[in-house]
Design a protein around this ligand. Structure first.
Ligand SMILES: [Zn+2]
Length: 496
């Protein structure tokens, strides 16, 4: 399938980017496609929004629709004029049901940072191409300090027209900070984690999408040749290249002139390198999917596949989305997940929210309620599964409290309990030992102070038998070397 329309666009571009962007585009379902043909579409730079068995949903213009039909692929028009459709969604917003804009989100983040300064702070992590601040909000106790706590990164809006992807990060912030004082679980999570939110990775794109060309996807870079925009989710530097990404500035999947050519992608990279996250979610729309790496090619071995599958499956229990490897959708080079996992060893996920780019604003509460619990799950597990990724250094283990330590033991043992591979088993044993020693240290402190509370907790955990023996040995050793324990406590530890 040759993209003859590219030639037409080239002529069109003489009129400048604005004229090009005013072209009417439709969201259509192209049928009778083999999966190879779908991959070819992506390869040719088509803006494929969703893929299914024998079909793809694609953003195209009228000429391109005719082109498909001529080639024997029936086309069902889902949204005839995307721009008008999204304008109607905007017009239908009410005072309470309303998508964030860059300005309202900025104001809200600053207000939260002011009203809840004991548990959050806002920071500009860089400027967009057009010079706007890219805001990050950190939620944690002692937000000014970089504590040795497990950290998670929650991102929205790499792609301009995917407005719901701003809402879920914002709704999660709201829950964490507004329930901190009243909800013990939330307080525990905030106190023991560092969570960074970047709800709008692509400020220029969002503004352009909300004010000018509503189905706009990329950032707003002025490319050479009169075209605009780089696809930020093709601009990351791990396996940056041409698979599922285009080298043409006209394309909606244009990957830019080089890896990290765009300031927005650089801001995310620098934040990740600085904060060393254990887990991340990047929100997009649409398809109701939970994706995990690698995405740059088919069947790329992922050493932590088991953890990804387990966590994606657990998160899917909250929102009923379909968990799958990202390349299963279609391979694409230069996306954020591949970089975060491949280079930073972050357990990185992409959520494709909703069943269309921008549902009616009356749906915002629904899709947030559906997805916020999955985000909370991830923030929690950043402290347990995060340990067993290659990023799980001892420093992180040393920061565990008793409950997180026990959760980590439970997660590691349940994940690998039935593992047949002897190498994996040995690796697990090493991790279990490290976590156990940390738990033992904490319990020992407690026992010395005359409390058996955490010791009882450990005893109740079926997976903690190894930890128990480590603790027993530690206590015996310490008591032989001068540490004082109450007699009844010493007896109990000795005999259990
Ligand atoms: Zn997207």
């Amino acid at each position: 399938m040759k993209r003859w329309v590219v030639a037409a666009c080239c002529a069109f571009s003489l009129l400048g980017g604005a004229a090009f962007s005013q072209e009417i585009k439709s969201l259509v379902r192209v049928k009778k496609l083999t999966s190879k043909q779908v991959t070819q579409l992506v390869q040719q730079g088509y803006d494929v929004a969703k893929e299914g068995k024998g079909f793809a949903e694609v953003v195209i213009n009228k000429d391109e629709i005719n082109d498909f039909v001529k080639k024997g692929h029936p086309v069902k028009v889902l949204i005839d004029d995307l721009d008008r459709y999204i304008q109607q969604i905007q017009a239908g917003q009410t005072k309470s049901d309303r998508y964030y804009t860059y300005d309202t989100a900025t104001a809200q983040l600053k207000k939260w940072a002011k009203d809840y300064s004991h548990i959050c702070r806002v920071e500009s992590i860089g400027k967009s191409y057009e010079g706007r601040d890219i805001w990050a909000l950190k939620v944690s106790d002692n937000p000014e300090k970089d504590e040795a706590e497990p950290a998670a990164l929650i991102m929205g809006l790499h792609h301009a027209r995917e407005w719901p992807s701003v809402e879920v990060p914002m709704a999660t912030i709201k829950k964490l900070i507004e329930e901190y004082a009243s909800n013990g679980e939330v307080k525990k999570l905030v106190d023991s984690r560092e969570v960074w939110f970047v709800p709008i990775v692509n400020p220029d794109g969002l503004i352009y999408s909300q004010e000018k060309s509503r189905y706009w996807r990329k950032n707003r870079r002025a490319n050479s040749g009169g075209t605009y925009g780089v696809d930020l989710n093709r601009n990351y530097g791990y396996k940056w290249g041409n698979v599922g990404a285009s080298s043409s500035g006209y394309s909606d999947t244009y990957h830019g002139t080089g890896p990290f050519s765009e300031p927005e992608a650089c801001a995310m990279r620098d934040l990740a390198l600085r904060e060393k996250f254990q887990a991340s979610i990047s929100f997009h729309t649409y398809s109701e999917l939970i994706l995990y790496p690698f995405g740059y090619g088919y069947n790329i071995p992922n050493p932590d596949q088991k953890i990804f599958v387990k966590m994606a499956g657990d998160m899917a229990n909250f929102n009923d989305y379909r968990p799958q490897n990202s390349a299963e959708l279609y391979p694409a080079m230069g996306d954020s997940d591949d970089f975060f996992y491949g280079d930073c060893k972050i357990l990185s996920f992409t959520f494709e929210l909703c069943s269309t780019f921008i549902p009616s604003a009356s749906q915002i509460d629904n899709f947030c309620n559906q997805n916020v619990p999955a985000v909370i799950y991830l923030i929690d597990k950043a402290g347990t599964y995060g340990l067993v990724t290659p990023s799980g250094d001892e420093e992180l283990i040393n920061a565990l409290d008793v409950d997180s330590g026990l959760n980590a033991l439970e997660d590691v043992v349940s994940l690998f309990g039935n593992e047949a591979d002897i190498n994996v088993r040995n690796e697990v044993l090493t991790r279990v030992e490290k976590i156990s020693l940390r738990v033992a240290e904490l319990v020992n402190e407690d026992l010395k102070n005359g409390s058996t509370e955490t010791w009882q907790k450990v005893k109740e955990l079926p997976q903690a038998s190894l930890a128990l023996s480590f603790i027993r040995n530690r206590v015996m050793f310490n008591s032989a070397h001068g540490d004082f324990y109450r007699d009844d406590i010493l007896e109990e530890v000795k005999n259990s």
